[in-house]
Unconditional design. Sequence first.
Length: 102
Amino acid sequence: MGGTKKPTLSKLRKMTMRKDKAGKKGDEKRREIYKGHITPKEEEELRKYILKQKYITPSMLSRRAELRISIARRLLRKLHSEGLLKLMEKHKDVEVYAPASA
């Protein structure tokens, strides 16, 4: 007896267009999965890259090398302890390093 009535052709076309648009937006928002470790060869390449920069933050390094933030932070702290980097600014979440020679 009751129930929903059949949509008109124009309404049906509009509904399918909305579904298509919603599906496309979901595809664009893919989350990148970053690596959880680095090899000694990659570490050497990153060292060269880091020492060429005016300044570097863990997030910059993470994006460049596709590493997790924690791994990038650990690498920068290691270089700081070796004396290759100096800590310019440290805030709650952000550490800004610069090459010691600069």
